[in-house]
Design a protein around this ligand. Structure first.
Ligand code: SAM
Length: 331
């Protein structure tokens, strides 16, 4: 790794996430026909260990469910909604929604990541017949570092920059804003906030709250990340990443469950909840799905599985400028 570019180690975590997803798909845990187009030499990639596959399955199933509920609630209100994925990396969610029964509920899908990642993703999308076919006509944007097509926008940005100088310029161009302040908007931060200081991530969240509340809108947010990094197992997770030169300025402030929703409540969100992947696997994945995945691979280390899963959590929150809206969207 180049010692001149400390962010190259952070960007490499995208390859990890994409390989984990590819492995879970190849082993039959998840269905996603698009991920192979975003992983170079996908057919030669070795599978990840069963514990990683199960973790990827639980995380993806839970986030998919929250996202589809958001789309459904928007449709129930007779509205289309927007989704903004920050640090989207090689995520394929736009293509999965665009080929699902929920596609008409989507007004816009915006992905942001470092320019190096968005440039690579724009090229891979153009090269993939399957992804291009879903997208329709697309145009290169931001000097080839981005892509725009109908509802989909891929935007290059360093999320640590002050929002007024970065996301604001990308999303609200006077020539035609990409993000509407009046539509229900869902933010996704999957494995991203840990790479930013809490001050930088709060600034991003606040920018979205202010933008949406100017027009009486509603904002939802889903965060997936590791936490409890102060205990023995958590320290090993951090050491493994630090050994690869990945710095984690956002790791410290979330030592326990209560601290997770407080991230949202502290900056004015109306409601927030959190669950660990361990709780989600035990209580929220249906018995038939659990039975199906139990047959895919032999897992000896069930205690270790719980230990891994209790160090990852999904937090979701709602910010509403009109309190009457909250109950409906929160549920
Ligand atoms: N969200 C994707 C997923 O779950 O599959 C990718 C997760 S990957 C672990 C973290 C992503 O966040 C990488 O693509 C990385 O480039 C991006 N990222 C981290 N810090 C960022 C920043 N300051 N600005 C933009 N992107 C960032």
């Amino acid at each position: 790794l180049s010692s001149h570019d400390p962010d190259s180690a952070i960007r490499l975590t995208d390859a990890d996430a994409a390989l984990a997803r590819l492995s879970a798909v190849q082993k039959g845990y998840l269905q996603d026909s698009f991920i192979k187009s975003l992983v170079p030499r996908s057919h030669l990639q070795p599978p990840r260990p069963p514990l990683i596959n199960i973790g990827t399955f639980v995380r993806a199933t839970a986030i998919d469910e929250l996202v589809f509920q958001w789309l459904q609630t928007s449709a129930n209100h007779g509205k289309r909604c927007q989704i903004v994925s920050l640090g989207a990396g090689s995520d394929t969610r736009f293509w999965r929604i665009a080929t699902s029964a929920h596609k008409d509920a989507l007004a816009a899908y915006i992905e942001m990541d470092f320019p190096e990642i968005t440039t690579k993703k724009a090229m891979a999308i153009k090269k993939s017949k399957e992804m291009s076919a879903v997208l329709g006509n697309s145009v290169a944007a931001h000097g080839g570092m981005g892509l725009s097509s109908g509802k989909y926008h891929l935007l290059p940005v360093d999320l640590r920059l002050p929002p007024q100088d970065s996301i604001d310029k990308l999303l609200t161009a006077e020539s035609g804003p990409i993000l509407s302040p009046s539509l229900p908007t869902l933010l996704l931060f999957e494995c991203v906030l840990v790479y930013m200081t809490p001050a930088a991530s709060s600034a991003v969240l606040r920018w979205f709250c202010d933008y949406i509340s100017a027009d009486g809108g509603i904002l939802g947010c889903i965060v997936y990340e590791m936490f409890r990094l102060q205990d023995n197992f958590g320290r090993v997770m951090v050491e493994n990443l630090r050994a690869r030169n990945v710095s984690l300025p956002g790791a410290a402030p979330y030592p326990d469950m209560a601290s997770l929703p407080n991230r949202f409540l502290g900056i004015g969100f109306t409601a927030a909840h959190a669950l660990t992947l361990k709780e989600i696997r035990k209580s929220y994945i249906g018995p038939s799905e659990l039975q199906r995945i139990a047959q895919l691979e032999l897992v000896d280390e069930l205690e270790e599985l719980d230990l891994v899963l209790e160090h990852y959590a999904i937090t979701w929150g709602i910010y509403a400028s009109q309190s009457t809206l909250v109950a409906d969207w929160e549920s």
